[in-house]
Design a protein around this ligand. Structure first.
Ligand code: HEC
Length: 142
């Protein structure tokens, strides 16, 4: 086989693999999530995706462009790490400020499930340098 032909074959098989990856993952939810995380991602899609970005849940609600930014746009959870306590606090109080996030969009077991999920999956784009201090945790929600 000529060298050029081998390169072509490799290119073709790479293209096929990439196509397969793009096609799977129902509704943009990452296929890597376990069943409990998948359930939380569905909830996130239904209740939080309008304002928050979280790539494992396939949502793009945060502002990506300053010109199309809206007042209600919330933090991007790929770029911000949130702990379970902080997520529960934000869910119960409507964020950390008296901003546009509604209070108690989810409650009880749903809130706990989402908070735990955010603790596990948020901050995927954040690389904390070894030895760097992480922000303090929020008080446990009572
Ligand atoms: C109407 C838009 C809107 C919806 C819907 C919404 N949020 Fe928010 N959220 C915001 C805004 C804006 C902020 C930032 C301002 C603030 O903290 O008050 C925020 C802040 C947060 C924070 C704090 C993040 C940080 O570190 O500052 C968390 C956690 C959070 N939201 C989780 C959720 C979850 C979970 C849901 C779904 C149950 C949700 N939000 C639904 C708009 C929204």
């Amino acid at each position: 086989m000529t060298r050029a032909r081998r390169v072509l074959l490799i290119a073709a098989s790479l293209a096929a693999t990439a196509g397969g990856v793009a096609a799977c993952g129902s509704e943009g939810i990452s296929p890597k999530l376990d069943p409990e995380q998948h359930q939380a991602a569905v909830l996130f899609d239904q209740r939080c995706s309008g304002c928050h970005t979280l790539s494992v849940a396939g949502t793009q609600g945060s502002a990506t462009n300053v010109r199309t930014r809206e007042y209600k746009d919330g933090p991007n959870f790929d770029q911000r790490k949130v702990t379970t306590n902080c997520a529960l606090y934000a869910i119960r109080n409507g964020g950390f400020s008296s901003g546009p996030m509604p209070q108690n969009i989810v409650t009880g077991a749903d809130a706990e499930l989402l908070a735990k999920f955010l603790d596990q999956v948020s901050g995927s784009d954040v690389h904390i340098a070894p030895g760097a201090t992480t922000p303090p945790d929020c008080p446990p929600a009572g």
